[in-house]
Design a protein around this ligand. Structure first.
Ligand code: SF4
Length: 350
């Protein structure tokens, strides 16, 4: 069994099954998630007998295979990763000067099929396990050699954004378990404030994110009305805006209004980018503590949409900012290696 992705309880039952004392789990956890060990032989604080027992039982600490690594001129790095059953997904690292975010996938493909998203155009394969989600972050750390978990800033891999392939709230349990491991202070130890989970709007699950995880929430909103949203995001027909906004309110009732929700908004030429759309958007989010993130659409072959002209994006942003909302225009990263927002798709589907 691959031990990556197992929580303390699961590791404890493996150890007790080997007649080992449960307290050993602390040491094992430290080696797996704090030191990033890739084989049991390196775990020098464990007895030789226990190390042998773990490998003799066939346990591993295997990372996914890096099928391809691409680097963009802006230092964005993208990996095509393959799991044991041949399933392939993409993971992206987006660096800033003294920090950076790893964008992890939660599904291979995505059943949501948003009209502007390249992932949505590929066949949905399956949900990823908690281990496969955690392993993406660990593989990224391997790539930069950022082990053991740095206790001081700067950390290059300082943030996680759950914005890669898939809808995390359609694979909630695995996503939750993975984020609990990633934020455990004795392991990978990422601050919860540096984790953002992004959903396309699986309304009934949104409040659970506040209850279980205490991480930041982003909502891929992308339209101010059901009429437009129904057309570009099929999930809206199941959970229309009224339901989605009610779920966001519940999230904030639990998480507090200091926990701003980021409303992601992709700028699509002639679809959702008029002045009237901006005003409708503000009506929609009234009463919620939100900020906007305006994303110039990253075009891809086969997609019918075009990016809004820059002038219109700036005007849209100004309308929101004049009403005291933060509404920065996101700088696109890693476009030439198809690593930008909405561009991920596994090679097997190219
Ligand atoms: S935008 Fe997100 S939810 Fe929509 S198809 Fe793409 S990955 Fe799925």
């Amino acid at each position: 069994m691959n031990l990556i992705g197992l929580n303390r309880d699961a590791l404890t039952s493996i150890l007790t099954g080997m007649d080992e004392k449960p307290f050993r789990v602390k040491q094992l956890w430290h080696w797996i998630y704090f030191q990033g060990a890739t084989d049991f032989g390196a775990m020098t604080t464990l007895s030789k007998t226990l190390r042998a027992k773990l490998s003799d039982a066939g346990h591993t600490l295997k990372r996914p295979v890096v099928v391809r690594e691409q680097n963009a001129a802006d230092r964005t790095r993208k990996w095509l990763l393959r799991f044991d059953d041949g399933t392939e997904i993409e993971t992206v690292y987006i660096p800033e000067d003294d920090r950076g975010a790893v964008c992890v996938s939660t599904q291979a493909g995505c059943p949501n099929a948003c009209a502007f998203c390249r992932t949505g155009s590929m066949k949905f394969r399956r949900n990823l396990t908690a281990g496969e989600i955690v392993a993406q972050f660990m593989a990224a750390r391997d790539s930069y050699g950022e082990w053991p978990s740095p206790s001081l800033e700067p950390r290059y891999l300082s943030n996680v954004v759950v914005m890669g392939m898939g809808e995390p709230l359609l694979n909630y349990e695995a996503t939750r378990d993975a984020l609990k491991i990633i934020t455990d202070p004795e392991g990978i130890a990422l601050s919860k404030r540096r984790v953002t989970l992004s959903t396309s709007g699986v309304a009934p699950v949104i409040p659970r994110v506040a209850e279980d995880l205490d991480v930041k929430l982003a909502v891929s909103l992308h339209a101010p009305t059901d009429e437009v949203r129904d057309k570009i995001m099929p999930i809206n027909r199941k959970y229309p805006l009224k339901e989605l906004m009610a779920a966001c309110r519940k999230f904030q009732d639990i998480a507090g209004t200091r926990n701003y929700i980021t409303m992601e908004y992709v700028m699509l030429d002639g679809v959702n980018d008029s002045e009237a759309d901006a005003r409708e958007l503000m009506r929609l989010v009234k009463g919620l503590a939100v900020k906007f993130n305006l994303i110039p659409f990253n075009e891809w072959t086969g997609c019918p949409f075009k990016c809004s002209p820059t002038g219109r994006i700036v005007k849209f942003s100004k309308i929101l900012e004049n009403a005291h909302y933060a509404a920065p225009v996101r700088v696109s990263r890693g476009q030439e290696i198809m690593a930008a927002c909405g561009q991920l798709k596994a090679a097997a589907d190219n």
